[in-house]
Design a protein around this ligand. Structure first.
Ligand code: ADP
Ligand code: NA
Length: 330
């Protein structure tokens, strides 16, 4: 039996990933690569669905790839590559787009949410067909499993529908992927508004811990996290979202549960908890930042790694696309 294959990716839409990306995705990717055949992609085609400066995009693509590697994604074990280096993504997206109903695409809630901000009329067609490109990303690699957060479930359903539709119309071609719900994945909340998830689109940067922030800034952000007017430290996300978020972060970094992390704080204050959270976060972020800096300091080596990743990705994606083209009559 072949080792189960996993595909995942992130958009190069910021200079630094944040703590939510790290604990909810990157660290999981590193664990997953141990016993899966993993493909980790920087999805730059997705990043141009909104307007972006070319120089900024190019820089963020490299920085995002370097952060995958700095977190411990091992290019000897996993395929790390940039989406635009494999033209098959755009090519398969066209074929899948022709199998997607306009009404079906119109029901994607993420497009509705994102276009609601700027107005659907002014959104790009690329933003509208984004989930079709995402389906192509996954199906090109015959991925069995796709790590997804709750917000991506609807897109994965579309991917599965498109795979099944293609298979029934043209004969078995695609693996129908399944959602991979990662055990122990913490949902990290905004430090200033702990009922909302930590996100790069947060209203204020004060609620975020960016992985590449200066350690002093990281410590300050954690120290300034919103808590509540009680004094007791217990895990209760409903009644105590701020404190529970801090416990969740501490637990994720110390390999325990938030409930267990809460023990030992009897008679101690929120200041003690915050100091411990900052120490735990920085113990992991500082070596991460050193690895990141070393990777960016050697651009030729990073280019070489990404070119090798793209070559390995294309061995799979080109074969899949050839199969698809043959099936549809090209
Ligand atoms: P953002 O919300 O900052 O735009 P993305 O949607 O680009 O982040 O998410 C990239 C990856 O990071 C996804 O796998 C997503 O599930 C994960 N992720 C993002 N924010 C969080 C969070 N606050 N907690 C846990 N995981 C998160
Ligand atoms: Na998201």
């Amino acid at each position: 039996m072949r080792v189960p294959r996993v595909f995942s990716g992130m958009q190069p839409t910021s200079d630094s990933l944040h703590l939510g990306n790290y604990l909810g995705a990157l660290r999981q990717w590193v664990a997953v690569q141990e016993d899966h055949d993993a493909f980790y992609c920087v999805v730059d085609l997705h990043a141009i669905t909104v307007e972006v400066d070319p120089r900024v995009l190019r820089e963020r693509t490299r920085r995002t790839a370097a952060q995958y590697l700095a977190a411990g994604v091992d290019p000897a074990r996993s395929v790390v590559f940039v989406q635009s280096h494999a033209p098959e993504h755009a090519q398969l997206a066209w074929v899948l787009g022709c199998l997607t109903g306009f009404g079906e695409a119109s029901r994607m809630t993420q497009f509705k949410d994102k276009s609601a901000r700027g107005g659907a009329e002014r959104s790009s067609v690329g933003l509208f067909t984004y989930p079709v490109l995402q389906a192509a990303d996954i199906l090109l690699y015959d991925a069995d499993l796709v790590p997804v957060g709750e917000d991506q479930r609807q897109h994965l359903e579309l991917t599965r529908d498109l795979a099944q539709r293609f298979n029934s119309r043209f004969g078995r071609t695609f693996v129908v992927p399944q959602a991979y719900i990662l055990g122990g994945t913490a949902k990290i909340m905004d430090l200033q508004e702990p009922t909302a998830k930590m996100s790069k689109s947060a209203a204020s940067p004060a609620g975020l811990v960016d992985l590449l922030d200066d350690p002093k800034v990281v410590a300050k952000r954690i120290r300034s996290a919103v808590t509540d007017t009680e004094r007791d430290i217990r895990f209760d996300p409903e009644a105590k979202p701020g404190v529970s978020n801090l416990l969740g972060i501490l637990a994720a970094f110390t390999g325990t549960t938030p409930q267990a992390a809460a023990e030992g704080y009897a008679g101690r204050g929120y200041g003690d908890l915050k100091a411990d959270v900052a120490d735990a976060v920085l113990a992991e972020l500082q070596p991460f930042q050193e690895r990141f800096t070393a990777l960016l300091a050697d651009p030729a080596e990073l280019d070489r790694l990404l070119a090798a990743g793209a070559a390995r990705a294309r061995e799979v994606s080109a074969a899949t696309l050839a199969r698809v083209h043959d099936r549809v009559g090209f």
